[in-house]
Design a protein around this ligand. Structure first.
Ligand SMILES: *Cc1c(COP(=O)(O)O)cnc(C)c1O
Length: 357
């Protein structure tokens, strides 16, 4: 191995969660975490596995003032045979460097990223839950712990990965959700940071999230920041529509949409299955019209956490757009089965997407 990480084992291992049927999402954390430092002289250095625990920061650290932060989200599955699988980790590595460049943070070699992910996952592999829908959620992120007050690119950084055993989002089967279409605030706009996976993007959406909850919805559909007309994405997931047999998803050309790895995988699968898949601008008016004429067959979000999140209803101004009678669509279910099957090792991976640790 090219990279050597030091390891310090905890002397206070935690009890693993007893109730595997009720793990939830990021409610439990494993015994260890990965930490690595960056400065101009040494580049990335001192990668290490240490006991999970609080970090200390100087109060003037720039992340605490200017949100110099980016993150990733991945899952590791343990198969029935006990193999540990990652899903397209090189895509996360690439995206991390794209996000980094937008905030003038340092890039990271793909190989270093993957070795770090593998090392910490392997170290805490006893924490990977087995069984339907269960996985180990990985949260790699980068922050600046450079001590300065003022605006200039930072020079010191930390890269951290923590792990959380998570339950299935769908213990009772895929449940279509109700989504609030935000027509007042925007998440991002052309020239902004929408295509980067950075914490600051999320801070800007919390007010919309609150508005959604006031409307009985738990997710927000964002419209474009220029004309408030075209669909961008749904909170933490990319949006897909099935209109008259065609699979449509917003194009990412404006740089306002996060290029999901699940999104890319869904596009590839649908094309392989012979669907016409189109990446283009799609307006909320078009969706409304398609629903009125009965052509809007399905809508779903895609993302690592849920894989596929079917949408049963949109709340847009004073209109309720009901989709597929609030039932899970045929294609949504098929994609979920296939993707989840590949990720968890239950279906043969013909796409070459999984990486065994
Ligand atoms: C992470 C994220 C997604 C989903 O990306 P995946 O790689 O599929 O998990 C979609 N939109 C936003 C805004 C995100 O942060």
């Amino acid at each position: 191995m090219k990279y050597n990480f030091s390891t310090t084992r905890t002397d206070k291992p935690k009890d693993k969660p007893k109730d595997m049927s009720n793990l939830g999402f990021c409610q439990h954390f494993t015994d260890h975490m990965f930490v690595m430092d960056y400065d101009k002289e040494k580049g990335w250095h001192d990668g290490r596995i240490v006991p999970y625990g609080p970090l200390t920061f100087d109060p003037a650290s720039s992340v605490l003032h200017y949100a110099i932060q980016l993150f990733e989200g991945m899952k590791a599955y343990k198969t029935k045979e006990g193999k540990i699988l990652l899903f397209r980790p090189e895509m996360n590595a690439r995206r991390l460097s794209i996000s980094a460049s937008r905030l003038v943070m340092p890039a990271m070699d793909e190989e270093l990223y993957i070795e770090a992910v593998k090392a910490i996952t392997n170290f805490d592999k006893d924490w990977i839950p087995q069984g339907e829908g269960r996985s180990l959620y990985l949260r790699p992120y980068m922050i600046s712990d450079d001590v300065f007050v003022g605006i200039r690119p930072a020079e010191k950084f930390k890269f951290i990965i923590f792990l959380s055993p998570c339950g299935s989002f769908y213990s009772g089967g895929l449940q279509p959700t109700k989504i609030f279409v935000e027509d007042e605030y925007v998440r991002t706009s052309p020239g902004g940071t929408g295509y980067a996976k950075v914490g600051g993007n999320y801070a800007a959406t919390l007010l919309s999230q609150k508005r959604a909850m006031e409307h009985g919805c738990n997710q927000v559909l964002y419209l474009d920041g220029k004309e408030m007309k075209y669909v961008d994405e749904i909170g933490v997931s990319n949006a897909f529509f099935v209109i008259d047999g065609e699979v449509v998803t917003p194009s990412v050309d404006d740089g306002t949409i996060l290029k999901g790895i699940t999104r890319d995988s869904v596009i590839q699968l649908c094309k392989k299955w012979g669907y016409k898949v189109t990446e283009r601008k799609i307006s909320i008016d078009e969706i409304y019209e398609a629903s009125k004429s009965g052509k809007l067959q399905e809508m779903f979000g895609t993302g690592t956490a849920t894989v596929i999140a079917p949408v049963g209803e949109l709340i847009w101004k004073d209109k309720n757009i009901v989709i597929n009678d609030r039932q899970i669509g045929e294609l949504s279910q098929r994609i979920y089965n296939e993707l989840y099957g590949i990720q968890s090792g239950e279906i043969k991976d013909e796409m070459g997407w999984t990486m065994e640790i």
